[in-house]
Write a protein that binds this ligand. Structure first.
Ligand SMILES: [Zn+2]
Length: 83
């Protein structure tokens, strides 16, 4: 039990959530979803435990087949128009 979890950034309350994080791995953008994390209700800080991070690294290195593919929008940078 670690229910007395306090956000290190703002001192708010952390709750257990399932999140998704995108990674760059070998030049590819990969999204890992269903990651167990603690998320601050106040500032949105996302905390992933060291063992979970290790599991994510192992998952990326394993070359596991993706469960699905998503399309990511790509925007070319442009300077904002100025009058
Ligand atoms: Zn916080």
């Amino acid at each position: 039990m670690n229910d007395a979890s306090i956000c290190p950034s703002c001192g708010g309350t952390l709750e257990d959530r399932s999140i998704q994080i995108d990674f760059r791995y070998k030049g590819r953008l990969i999204v890992v979803e269903g990651i167990p994390a603690q998320v601050c209700k106040d500032c949105g800080e996302q905390l992933v435990s060291a063992s979970t991070s290790k599991d994510i690294d192992a998952l990326l290195e394993s070359g596991a087949r993706p469960s699905r593919q998503i399309t990511v929008p790509v925007l070319p940078f442009r300077h904002s128009a100025q009058a």
